[in-house]
Design a protein around this ligand. Structure first.
Ligand code: SAM
Ligand code: SF4
Length: 321
């Protein structure tokens, strides 16, 4: 079992299989063009799988594939199948923008994927274009329909931003509710890669908007999920992810692996250790030691909401959120 210095059990790893993306979401990526890590620097799926085996053997029970956009990486279904065949009981999920999901959803299910999280910030094509930098909405919604059709469980992530999609909070929730998909509103997390003038809605503001239409009760937290849950009268639950609040880190059970092999203990900080050389040399024991060291150095909490005005320099497209 992996336990950090604050007695938190770490049993969840998020694997970013590429930092590349077909979107340029304002809250995630720089506006101006920048150069990607060369493809040859990425670990192969076989190499990533070697590390997944180590993590699973050390007690990891949940693996989320993310990016950048994970569906940009060819043969993703083969990576999913490797993990599934090694341990079918691992809770295997993926976070995607859904743009390429229509043609791939069935293959992913056949490989062993059960659940996906999809980012839907708006149901208006022009706002989607503004947020993502291109006309994406039709493909995203087609992708979601396909995912539901092939039996994937779908959760939706929405990042509410002032002057952008703040007047669609109720609509996006209704869209999810009608399709039996849960929704989590994610407070915008400031970082140096995002567009500078974004102002995200905080949970208090979200609750005011939602409270104008619905009655709900505060359900608190559920296990290690960072979501603060609320229950509507009709039984539908929605979540809010509040990184600026203290509770966010208390039950944190996760670490992150980038496509290049950097193992990251916290979403906020730049600190990381590379498992790349160990994995490339086939040094399983060495990679396991690095995993334990990263767990040992996992910080107690992030600094969003800190008083010194410091902004995270960690890129979401690299860590996978
Ligand atoms: N491309 C996929 C997607 O968009 O779902 C997976 C990677 S993306 C980095 C993972 C999640 O991070 C998405 O739900 C996205 O909304 C969220 N995200 C990215 N930047 C964020 C930020 N600055 N604040 C809050 N959430 C952010
Ligand atoms: Fe791409 Fe996801 Fe970042 Fe948007 S949030 S730019 S879809 S990685």
């Amino acid at each position: 079992m992996l336990i950090d210095s604050y007695d938190r059990v770490v049993d969840y790893i998020r694997v970013s299989v590429t930092e590349r993306c077909n979107f340029r979401c304002q809250y995630c990526m720089p506006e101006k063009p920048f150069s990607w890590v060369p493809k040859e620097n990425l670990l192969s799926f076989e190499e990533l799988f070697e590390f997944m085996k180590i993590a699973i053997d050390e007690g990891v029970k949940k693996i989320r594939i993310t990016g950048g956009e994970p569906l940009l990486r060819e043969d993703l279904d083969k990576f999913i199948k490797m993990i599934y065949d090694y341990k079918p009981t691992v809770d295997l999920a993926m976070t995607t923008n859904a743009y390429l999901l229509k043609g791939t959803a069935q293959k992913l299910v056949d490989a062993g994927l059960k659940r996906i999280n999809v980012s839907i910030d708006t149901l208006k094509p022009d706002i989607a274009q503004k947020i993502a930098g291109k006309d994406v909405l039709k493909n995203v919604l087609d992708g979601v329909n396909e995912a539901l059709k092939v039996g994937l469980k779908v959760k939706v992530n929405m990042v509410p931003m002032k002057g952008m999609n703040e007047n669609e909070i109720l609509e996006v929730l209704e869209y999810c509710k009608e399709r039996n998909m849960s929704i989590r509103f994610i407070e915008y997390m400031e970082n140096t890669h995002a567009k500078v003038d974004i102002s995200g809605l905080k949970s208090k503001e979200l609750l005011e908007i939602l409270g104008a239409k619905y009655k709900f009760t505060d359900e608190g937290f559920d296990g290690s999920s960072p979501s603060h849950y609320y229950l509507l009268e009709d039984g539908y639950k929605f979540g809010i992810i509040e990184p600026y609040e203290d509770d966010f880190c208390k039950k944190c059970n996760r670490i992150r692996l980038t496509a290049e092999g950097n193992l990251i203990p916290c979403l906020y900080f730049d600190e990381a250790m590379s498992i790349r050389d160990s994995i490339k040399k086939g040094d399983i024991q060495g990679a396991a030691l690095i995993l334990k060291e990263v767990i040992r150095t996992k910080p107690e909490k992030n600094r969003w909401g800190g008083e010194d005005g410091e902004v995270s320099t960690r890129a979401f497209y690299e860590t996978g959120g």
